[in-house]
Design a protein. Structure first.
Length: 76
């Protein structure tokens, strides 16, 4: 989660990155929460890849909530 937190903080003011591929990093539930909180406020990223991250059903709920808020995200 520390690495995920660092990524989330560095992307907070992003206006150029369109695709965020963090697949295979095993960010877990807490990491998914951090990434989704970031994406609730960042509508520049249009594609998110979360494959192989061990987020489980709880992490999927974070993603579902974020998708309702972030209308700029087109592909997950």
């Amino acid at each position: 989660p520390e690495a995920t937190k660092a990524i989330a903080l560095s992307l907070r003011d992003n206006v150029t990155l369109l695709k965020l591929d963090i697949s295979g990093n095993w960010i877990g539930i807490e990491g998914s929460r951090l990434v989704c909180r970031l994406l609730e406020e960042n509508d520049y990223i249009t594609e998110l890849v979360l494959a192989e991250n061990k987020i489980g059903s709880e992490g999927a709920l974070h993603v579902a909530k974020m998708i309702q808020i972030n209308t700029g995200l087109k592909e997950v």
